[in-house]
Design a protein around this ligand. Sequence first.
Ligand SMILES: [Zn+2]
Ligand SMILES: [Zn+2]
Length: 85
Amino acid sequence: MRLSELIACGGCTEVWTGSSAAHCAAADCHRTFSGPSAFDLHQPGECRHPADVGLVPRERSWGTAWGWSDRNGGILAGRLAGDLT
Ligand SMILES: [Zn+2]
Ligand SMILES: [Zn+2]
């Protein structure tokens, strides 16, 4: 992976990659999600802990991304929604 493919947050040290990944830039949050639909679960208006809304952390080469689990519709649901899985 080239460094130029990494995306960085201006408010923390997290980096991630993948055009559909989403990062929450709220103060005290700064978590990275596998995509917009996972992010929507996390933040219906205010930040919820990802585990409380059924998301699971996945280790990636560039860090941790919270994504769909089989508990809340499965990896397929996230994939259909356009998230990284
Ligand atoms: Zn951040
Ligand atoms: Zn958040």
